[in-house]
Design a binder for this molecule. Structure first.
Ligand code: GLC
Ligand code: MG
Length: 602
């Protein structure tokens, strides 16, 4: 590996120019933002009905500011029969009465603007509610609305001619056939999610135009961008000349014929058309800005697919720009409590490989669909995971409650309301239900965690709320919340905004991130992922490193204090200990740090 050393040393010499802050390329507001995801039903109840609402959110916006957020994205607050808790929208232009009124929303946007917070809305183009006016009209074949949804004739049923069979074998993500019989129209309609969420037909130009109008409607109300729900599901395969859709092949991964994983979704997910639609929406946002001025409006896209599918959501080879933030879910899907430092390095580096110099990385550690960070990685790793997320370059996205270390709450079958859980039945609901991550936000140690002053809540409050809440954690300097806040502050410094990055797997157990900027301090995030003591030599991470480093941030159970110094040659980590170290650069040594690549046995 000698040549690597030579190559790296020469590269380092070439790039060792001193750059001052004024030389740094300016960043657009979102490029270094911290975003917060609010799940409206569970954030803060202002009217004692046990359900979160818009005024509750507005009241708590200063909290978002206080923890260093630049903006927030709101899960749906639109009018909805709540079959999928707001992801089944019956009016894309109105507010759910439980969350109160359009005026409350206007006030929220105004208050966010006053505080300097950007507002991103959830945009759900793939489907509407079956109670949406379009669907009611489509079911009645009202002229102009016939093709707003994906309708098909059934297949003849030899056993019972009065009960046609579904057109093909496609499955719903929430279990069972994706086809629902509609007695009025005497046809089946396609629904990837619940039967109360019929898929809109994006092959119909009228639908495309209607959905664009909805973007304009909310832009006019002052929102700063959209998170696009289920972006990879909008276009299904083109039907054959008889109008039939082909069956999907069996995946071979499960014998459960009703489970979504039973099929390989080659005709329904990640089809051509989805990405192109995002390019059109991006153009719409750019044009809107040209006409109306203001800051950049942004798009975030929700796709859980592989990196080759995600990459074109940034941009295609012809230069069409898509979403500024195709969500990076890799920290959720690829890593867990058993992952080694090599896995961490691999997952992070492979994502960075799809982010070119004109685009920005983003890191999502949790959301309303997946088990919480503290449960996935174990509570002892909560601070370490925040350090990983917040010291990597680019944008961070934090799901409400993860900053205080909320964990999944056990929900009984009787308490279960999420259709993903309900449809699995009493025996299996727990494996699929998303209720455990959607419980009320824990504000304080008063009854019902300060979420509501009413007497009940729509999902139970987590039993750990007496310790895990904003009020109690605010007064403890070593709490998850205060460590999170310190990290959010640190990432505003030049090294994190403009610096190079490098990940290092020191060994199986110790994962390291180095951030470096010649004109500023070097920072080294060190996370002990395992349960044994580790001692590492800092000069094996970064060459020409000072003999002593200082602790910039330490995890809550660490015995070190911020500002303490540590001998670079022997950095000791207790089980699960994590910290961010600072290497102050002597004024005469403004060279780029030479980062040692331990992973390649360099
Ligand atoms: C997305 C949402 C999820 C919802 C689904 C259907 O995956 O994040 O909560 O159930 O889309 O809209
Ligand atoms: Mg309420």
């Amino acid at each position: 590996m000698y040549w690597r050393l030579l190559l790296l040393t020469s590269l380092v010499t070439v790039v060792s120019t001193v750059r001052l802050r004024s030389d740094q390329p300016t960043k657009d507001w979102w490029e270094h933002a911290g975003f917060y995801q609010i799940y409206p039903r569970s954030f803060k109840d202002s009217d004692q009905d046990g359900i979160g609402d818009l005024n509750g959110i507005t009241e708590k916006l200063p909290y978002l500011k206080d923890i260093g957020m630049r903006g927030f994205w709101l899960s749906p607050m639109y009018k909805s029969p709540m079959a999928d808790f707001g992801y089944d929208i019956s009016d894309f232009r109105d507010i759910q009465p439980e969350y109160v009124t359009m005026d409350n929303f206007r006030r929220q946007v105004a208050e966010a603007k006053r505080l300097g917070l950007k507002v991103i809305l959830d945009y759900v183009p793939n489907h509407s509610s079956d109670e949406h006016e379009w669907f009611l009209k489509s079911a009645q074949r009202v002229a102009g609305y016939e093709d707003y949804y994906v309708w098909r004739d059934g297949k003849p049923n030899p056993d019972d001619p009065s009960k046609p069979l579904p057109p093909n074998n496609w499955l719903s993500g929430f279990r069972g056939s994706a086809w629902q019989w509609n007695d009025e129209r005497k046809q089946f309609y396609y629904h990837l999610f619940t039967a109360k969420q019929p898929d809109l037909n994006f092959r119909n130009p009228k639908v495309v135009e209607e959905m664009k109008e909805i973007l304009r409607f909310w832009l006019d109300l002052g929102v700063d961008g959209f998170r696009i729900d289920s972006v990879g599901c909008m276009f299904e395969v083109l039907p054959d000349e008889n109008g039939d859709f082909p069956d999907e092949p069996l995946s071979g991964t499960t014998q459960d014929v009703e489970d979504f994983a039973y099929l390989e979704h080659i005709y329904t997910i990640d089809r051509p058309g989805n990405v192109e639609m995002v390019y059109e929406w991006r153009k719409l946002l750019e044009n809107y800005r040209k006409e109306h001025g203001g800051d950049t409006r942004i798009l975030m896209t929700e796709s859980w697919s592989s990196l080759d599918i995600i990459k074109p959501y940034f941009r295609d080879i012809r230069g069409n720009e898509g979403a500024q933030m195709p969500f990076n879910f890799r920290l959720i899907t690829e890593l867990n409590a058993t992952s080694t430092a090599y896995h961490f390095k691999n997952v992070i580096d492979s994502w960075m490989a799809i982010v070119d110099e004109n685009h920005t990385a983003n890191w999502v550690l949790g959301n309303h669909d997946r088990s919480r960070v503290g449960t996935r990685f174990g509570e002892r790793r909560i601070d370490g995971m925040a350090m990983v997320e917040l010291t990597l370059p680019g944008v961070s996205v934090t799901y409400q409650g993860d900053e205080i270390g909320m964990t999944d709450v056990d929900i009984t079958w009787e308490q279960t309301v999420d259709p993903a859980g309900c449809n699995e039945g009493r025996e299996n609901y727990a494996a699929k239900s998303r209720d455990p991550v959607r419980t009320p936000f824990q504000w304080d140690d008063s009854s019902l965690a300060g979420f509501t002053s009413g007497t009940n809540t729509w999902l139970p409050v987590g039993p750990n709320y007496l310790q895990v809440n904003v009020k109690v954690e605010s007064s403890n300097p070593k709490s998850h919340l205060n460590i999170f806040k310190a990290l959010m502050e640190l990432r505003e410094s030049d090294t994190f905004l403009y610096g190079d990055w490098r990940t290092i797997a020191f060994n199986e157990q110790v994962f390291v991130i180095v951030r470096d900027l010649p004109s500023s301090s070097t920072y080294i995030t060190v996370v002990n992922l395992g349960n044994s003591v580790q001692i590492i030599n800092g000069s094996q991470l970064v060459k020409y490193i000072p003999k002593a480093l200082s602790y910039a941030i330490v995890d809550g159970l660490s015995s070190h204090n911020i500002g303490d110094s540590v001998n670079t040659g022997s950095i000791k980590l207790q089980p699960y200990e994590a910290f961010v170290l600072e290497a102050k650069r002597p004024a005469d040594r403004m060279v780029r740090a030479v980062i040692c690549d331990r992973w390649l046995n360099f």
